[in-house]
Write a protein that binds this ligand. Structure first.
Ligand SMILES: [Ca+2]
Ligand SMILES: [Ca+2]
Ligand SMILES: [Ca+2]
Ligand SMILES: [Ca+2]
Ligand SMILES: [Zn+2]
Length: 455
């Protein structure tokens, strides 16, 4: 009788284990801090070729590639490759101009690029069909979190002026956090002091959402030309600034493991300008995401096979069936990473479906499918003890690549967002597989890679 009960108890334990294993999809854990960065004029294809040809000169941009989810083939707004219109898209999730066939309340319409008056706001100078144009600052602040804007061109005052105690919208989300949506703002052409102010503010205050704008590559591009030696050096300088960001996060106990950087650019450039919106040199920009929970070494297009498509050299319009990843996606992405909903009235990434991690723990190459290629990655990483990331085969985030990661791969094998027809093991056969594994574990004193592969 006692044997019978202990047998039943084992069965129940196994069934419970199976039930929890059936929940294979992971959910992204929100972080407390997002640093949203725009590097003015940082052309995507040039940045990529610099990193590839001399990685030692761009160690921090390379860290984004090795440790984060990235693309160098992002897109600006469709019709505009100027500074403020594109930054306004990043902050509002709206196209610059009205796309064909969509309501005239869709676009932000802020085409001005520098002639603001002290009373100019996005609301009185943008799309006349909108009385108020909401932003990332609204959503974060209305939810009781802290916000900051650091910008290195005076014309960025348009954002500070648009969200003051008198120009910002009343807060109707939970407790009243007020109409002044930007807690800290520093707008100065002295980007070195701007950068240092951010580093010290962030270390002491721990701002939840910061938007930073660095002018350097744009200024050098206009004087010396994009892809000139001076321009290359300006990107090296920005690389050291990004190194400061990593240091800031990794030396601060309250930021590490709770912060994500989202980096993009307003436009690229060629010759000494960037005004032609149809020129690939102007519309090709990077989108680099790094930090807690972000898939390491991942390509953003591979991570988003259902919602985004690498446009090659093309310039898809907003109504194209397959959308590229745009700088305008990054605002609603930043909000999503903070666990917040989208900007009111936004249309770019408005359903926040741009993801930065795989749905599956055993998707080691981060393409939203668990297949034999993921197994080869696990095989190559097998027996690494300590410091392993998911892209070398650590499915259960313990830093080791071992048999338990293989078991995760085994139960997720065939899972895919792309091809839902791929057979997934039936629960009953999964139970049999699991029982087999448990017996195997008991019988095996030393589990080498060949043993796991023979299961
Ligand atoms: Ca610019
Ligand atoms: Ca509120
Ligand atoms: Ca995969
Ligand atoms: Ca592991
Ligand atoms: Zn410019």
């Amino acid at each position: 009788m006692i044997k019978f009960f202990s047998f039943m108890r084992s069965i129940i334990v196994v069934l419970q284990l199976c039930l929890c294993l059936l929940a294979v999809e992971t959910s992204f854990a929100a972080v407390s801090h997002v640093i949203h960065i725009s590097i003015d004029g940082l052309r995507g294809d040039l940045l990529e070729s610099y990193i590839n040809s001399s990685p030692q000169d761009f160690p921090n941009f390379k860290r984004f590639v090795d440790e984060g989810a990235t693309t160098f083939n992002g897109r600006t707004d469709y019709s505009n490759t100027e500074t403020l219109p594109n930054h306004t898209s990043m902050l509002t999730g709206r196209p610059v101009e009205q796309p064909d066939g969509v309501p005239n309340t869709t676009h932000h319409g802020y085409l001005d690029n520098g002639s603001l008056s002290p009373t100019s706001t996005l609301h009185n100078s943008g799309n006349p069909n909108l009385s108020y144009i909401s932003s990332t600052f609204d959503i974060v602040h209305d939810n009781g979190l802290s916000t900051a804007l650091y910008a290195s061109k005076d014309k960025f005052a348009i954002y500070a002026q648009s969200y003051t105690a008198s120009t910002g919208a009343p807060d109707t989300t939970g407790a009243d956090n007020g109409r002044d949506k930007i807690d800290i703002h520093l707008i100065t052409p002295n980007f070195i002091s701007m950068h240092n102010s951010f580093l010290s503010d962030m270390a002491t205050v721990g701002i939840n959402y910061s938007f930073l704008h660095y002018l350097l590559p744009d200024g050098v591009g206009h004087s010396a030309g994009w892809d000139s030696e001076s321009w290359n050096n300006s990107v090296k300088t920005m690389d050291t600034y990004m190194g400061d960001m990593f240091d800031l996060i990794e030396t601060n106990a309250s930021l590490i493991d709770d912060t994500i950087i989202v980096l993009t650019a307003d436009h690229g450039g060629t010759g000494t300008g960037h005004g032609t919106a149809t020129d690939p040199a102007n519309y090709t920009i990077p989108v680099l995401v790094w930090g807690a929970g972000v898939a390491p070494g991942a390509d953003l297009y591979s991570l988003n096979p259902l919602s985004r498509l690498d446009p090659g050299a093309n310039r898809p319009s907003y109504t194209a069936s397959a959308q590229p990843i745009r700088n305008g996606d990054t605002g609603n992405l930043a909000l999503h990473l903070l666990g917040l909903g989208p900007v009111a009235g936004s249309t770019i990434n408005a359903n926040q479906d741009l993801v930065v991690a795989s749905d599956f723990e055993a998707d080691f190459d981060a393409n939203q499918s668990v297949d034999s290629h993921d197994l080869t990655i696990w095989q190559a990483g097998y027996s690494i003890a300590g410091g392993a990331k998911v892209n070398i085969g650590d499915a259960n985030s313990d830093g080791n690549v071992d048999g338990s990661d293989f078991l995760v791969w085994q139960r997720q094998y065939g899972s895919s967002l792309v091809d839902t027809l791929t057979p997934v093991p039936e629960p009953s056969s999964m139970i049999l597989m699991l029982l087999g594994v448990i017996c195997f574990q008991q019988q095996t004193k030393r589990a080498g890679i060949q043993h796991w592969l023979r299961i």
